[in-house]
Design a protein around this ligand. Structure first.
Ligand SMILES: Cc1cc2nc3c(=O)[nH]c(=O)nc-3n(C[C@H](O)[C@H](O)[C@H](O)COP(=O)(O)O)c2cc1C
Length: 368
């Protein structure tokens, strides 16, 4: 049914306008008590066997909403109502910024992909922190806060900008993510080099500890799929050395491999980060490499091209404790989470593993 609706309505609309329209409906639905209870019961049934623990946080399951969908923390309950077990808000930058000029989001429907060059359009750390501070949650949801660099702040002053966001947002974050991997902020991905990443992560860790006295806020880093294999290893080693809690793999790609011949060449040519189905193979590869390197010492979050329960299951077997999605939600619609949860629960039941945690990394640990 959603597919018909998508083809008739959303597909004919500008992708960003369609996003805000859907967003408005979700936010409206969650404000109506009877409706939200009904929708949550239908779309977010909880499967006991999928209960998950990651960096000390208990979740209903492993499947969450990737950063970028709810940049300003306005739809956490709405997305929880649709079945996401955790919601990662952001990317939030130190200062508010409008992002890149429109058009900046493109649908490659035939390839089940998106290209975006949004450029961290967001309300800024002060406003988002105030919003989180006054939020009255309807559903119990783990909220991750993803932070990035304000565009006008020079690369040399990036640490201060991240620290500002961390100080303001850490008190409201169940976990904090340092995003150094979006392709749409010039120079941002240079921060993935260990010489730049070490002082950045150390400073954000200190900022979180300084601001939040009563608990240790888990700290993760989100990396790009375009890193060379040696650089992935270097980030993994650094993460272990610094005692980071997790690595999120991966952000969108600047590569254009994996695109079918079906999308219009003019679309494929758009600059920005590619997400969705064409990203699947590389994201899985990066995850496997990370797990082979860090094993159980760091929690891994698999994201990029996850469309089905089988995709999510493959990420878990490759080493992911948590999995996230974004692009497939646009194409699959509100029943997507339900299908992924159902499929994951049935895969676990028929697998040799007693718990989801036992399945994490099982494919990589297997002797060749
Ligand atoms: C329109 C759009 C905006 C995004 N914005 C962000 C962002 O602000 N911060 C971030 O870390 N990732 C962002 N992402 C990347 C996603 O979180 C995710 O890593 C990527 O899309 C791969 O997952 P997918 O194939 O399931 O979409 C964005 C993705 C899309 C499609």
């Amino acid at each position: 049914m959603y597919k018909i609706f998508f083809n008739l309505v959303f597909k004919r609309m500008d992708p960003e306008k369609a996003h805000y329209l859907a967003f408005r409906w979700i936010r409206l639905a969650v404000r109506i008590p009877g409706l939200r209870t009904f929708v949550a019961a239908a779309l977010a049934p909880r499967h006991k066997e999928l209960r998950t623990e990651a960096f000390g946080l208990r979740m209903h399951g492993p499947f969450g909403l990737a950063a970028g969908f709810d940049k300003n923390a306005v739809a956490i309950d709405g997305m929880s109502m649709l079945g996401f077990d955790h919601v990662e808000i952001g990317t939030v930058t130190g200062e508010p910024q409008p992002g890149n000029p429109r058009k900046r989001l493109f649908r490659l429907v035939a390839d089940r992909a998106l290209i975006n060059r949004m450029g961290f359009n967001n309300d800024g750390s002060l406003t988002v922190a105030a919003r989180l501070a006054t939020r009255e949650p309807v559903f119990r949801t783990v909220v991750g806060v993803n932070i990035g660099k304000t565009k006008v702040v020079p690369e040399a002053e990036a640490v201060g900008d991240y620290v500002k966001s961390a100080e303001r947002l850490a008190p409201y974050a169940d976990y904090l993510v340092v995003n150094v991997s979006s392709p749409n902020t010039p120079g941002l991905r240079n921060l993935q080099a260990t010489e730049a990443l070490r002082p950045l992560l150390t400073a954000v860790r200190e900022a979180a500890d300084r601001t939040v006295a009563n608990r240790r806020v888990p700290l993760l880093v989100k990396i790009a799929p375009d890193l060379a294999d040696e650089d992935i290893d270097a980030v993994a080693d650094l993460a272990v050395e610094l005692g980071l809690d997790g690595i999120i793999a991966t952000n969108t790609t600047i590569a254009r491999e994996g695109l079918g011949l079906t999308s219009a060449p003019s679309l494929v040519k758009e600059t920005g980060g590619l997400s969705g189905a064409p990203l699947k193979a590389r994201s899985l590869e990066v995850l496997r490499r990370l797990y082979a390197r860090v094993g159980d010492r760091i929690t891994l979050v698999g994201v990029g091209g996850i469309e089905t329960a089988e995709d999510a299951w493959q990420r878990i077997l490759a080493g992911a404790t948590l999995v996230q999605g974004y692009s497939a939600f646009i194409y699959e619609g509100p029943f997507w989470c339900r299908a992924v949860h159902k499929g994951l629960a049935s895969r676990l039941r028929t697998s040799p593993y007693a718990t989801l945690a036992d399945a994490v990394g099982a494919d990589v640990r297997k002797p060749a």
